[in-house]
Design a protein around this ligand. Structure first.
Ligand code: FAD
Ligand code: NAP
Length: 311
C-alpha cells in the first residue's frame, strides 16, 4: 500500500512528490505517462519563474526537478493512469493502462489541462514560435508590438484586455457578432482603446519563416484581411485532463465545476477525503508553473497529515 500516489509529473506532481517524501513519507510513487516536467517542457522561453533571473527553455527549467525529488526517495513509474477509484475502506486504487493496479492511502492528482486549438493552417507549425495559448507567459515578448487574439469567450476577452496593457494594439478576431463572454467583460474590452474587433471572421492561415510568425490571414465578410502581427494568441476553450477521476459509468468521483475543473478548498482537498487536486486542473487555476508548484506543496502537506491520521 502506497502512502501517497501522485498522478501526473508536471510542476504540481513533482512538487507534491518533493514535499511528501521530504516531509517523511517513505512510500510515495509518482505515475507519469511521459517524461516528467509537464506542459512547460513545450515552451521555448520562460521568464516568470521566481528566483530564476535568466530566460530559459521550459525543458531547462524542469531538468533538475525529478532528480531533486528522487534524492528524497520519490519513486517514478512511467505509465498512463486510466482511473482512480475509492474503496469501501477509504483507500484508493490506481488503475494503470497496462492492466495492473496499485493501492494508496491518499492520492494527489495533477494531470493538467490542455488548451484547445482552433485548427487553421500554420497553427501547429508555428505553435511556440509566435502562436501561443498563454498571455501571462508570452505577452511580455510582444511589449509595444501588435498582436492578434482569437476567440469570443471570457478567456479571449479577458486576455485581450490584459494584452492591451502590454502591447501597442490587439486585434480581437471572433467568428461571430455575439460573444460568449460576460456582458461586463465585453464592455470592458470594447472600452479599451487599443483593441480592434474583427468580427464574423475566422483565422485562415498564420504564416512566417524560420524566425517565427510574421502575420495572420483572416477570412472576413469583405474577403481575406492580413494582420501583420508576430504574436497570435488562441483562446478557444480548454480541456481539463480530468479523465482519471471518472468511474466506469463516466461519473466523476469528486465534485467538479460545469467546465470539468476539480473543486478544491485552500488546502487542495477535493470533496473526497484523502483525494487532492492541484495545478491547471483545479478550480480557478491561474495556469502558471509557480502556482502549480505551490498547489503541489500545499496538497502534500495535507496528504502527510491525512496519512499520519489514517495509517
Ligand atoms: P502539467 O504541466 O500539464 O502536467 C501534467 C502532467 O500529467 C503531464 O506531464 C502529463 O503527461 C501527465 N498526465 C496527464 N494525464 C495523465 C495520466 N492519465 N496518467 C499519467 N500521467 C498523466 N507557465 C508559466 O508560469 N510561465 C510560462 O512562461 C508558461 N509558458 C507556457 C508555455 C506553453 C507553450 C505552455 C503549454 C504552458 C505554459 N505555461 C507557463 C503554463 C504551465 O506550463 C502550466 O501552468 C503548468 O505546467 C501546469 O502544471 P501542472 O503540473 O498542473 O500540469
Ligand atoms: P469558451 O467559453 O468555450 O469560448 C471559446 C470561444 O472560442 C468561443 O467564442 C468560440 O466561438 C470560439 N471558438 C471555439 N472554437 C473555435 C475555432 N475553432 N475557431 C475560432 N473560434 C473558436 O472558452 P473560454 O473562454 O476558455 O471559457 C471557458 C469557460 O470558463 C467558460 O464557461 C467561461 O465562462 C469560463 N471562464 C470564466 C471566466 C470568468 O468568469 N472571469 C474567465 C475565463 C473563463 P463561438 O462563441 O462562436 O462558439
Amino acid at each position: 500500500m502506497l502512502d501517497v500516489a501522485i498522478i501526473g509529473g508536471g510542476p504540481a506532481g513533482l512538487t507534491a512528490g518533493l514535499y511528501a517524501t521530504r516531509g517523511g513519507l517513505k512510500n510515495v510513487t509518482m505515475f507519469e505517462k511521459g517524461m516528467p516536467g509537464g506542459q512547460i517542457m513545450n515552451s521555448s522561453e520562460i521568464e516568470n519563474y521566481p528566483g530564476v533571473s535568466q530566460v530559459m527553455s521550459g525543458m531547462d527549467l524542469m531538468a533538475s526537478w525529478p532528480e531533486q525529488c528522487q534524492r528524497f526517495g520519490l519513486k517514478h513509474e512511467m505509465v498512463n493512469v486510466e482511473k482512480v477509484s475509492r474503496n469501501k475502506n477509504g483507500t484508493f486504487t490506481i488503475h494503470k493502462d497496462d492492466g495492473s493496479t496499485e493501492d494508496a492511502l491518499s492520492v494527489i492528482v495533477g494531470t493538467g489541462s490542455t488548451p484547445k486549438r482552433a485548427g487553421f493552417k500554420g497553427e501547429a507549425e508555428f505553435f511556440g514560435k509566435g502562436v501561443s495559448t498563454c498571455a501571462t507567459c508570452d505577452g511580455f515578448f510582444y511589449k509595444n508590438k501588435e498582436v492578434t487574439v482569437i476567440g469570443g469567450g471570457d478567456t479571449a476577452l479577458e486576455e485581450a484586455v490584459y494584452l492591451a496593457g502590454i502591447c501597442s494594439k490587439v486585434y480581437l478576431v471572433h467568428r461571430r457578432e455575439e460573444f460568449r463572454a460576460a456582458p461586463s467583460t465585453v464592455e470592458r474590452a470594447k472600452n479599451t482603446e487599443n483593441i480592434e474587433f474583427v468580427l464574423n471572421s475566422k483565422p485562415d492561415e498564420v504564416f512566417g519563416d524560420m524566425m517565427g510568425v510574421q502575420g495572420i490571414k483572416v477570412a472576413t465578410p469583405e474577403g481575406i484581411r492580413q494582420l501583420d502581427t508576430t504574436g497570435v494568441f488562441i483562446f478557444v476553450g480548454n480541456d481539463v485532463n480530468n479523465g482519471v477521476l471518472k468511474d466506469e459509468n463516466g461519473n466523476f468521483i469528486c465534485d467538479v465545476t460545469e467546465w470539468g475543473e476539480v473543486v478544491v478548498d485552500l488546502k487542495m482537498k477535493t470533496s473526497v477525503d484523502g483525494l487532492f487536486a492541484t495545478g491547471d486542473m483545479r478550480l480557478d487555476a491561474p495556469k502558471q508553473v509557480v502556482v502549480a508548484a505551490g498547489d503541489g506543496a500545499t496538497a502534500a502537506i495535507g496528504a502527510i497529515s491525512y496519512v499520519m491520521e489514517h495509517k
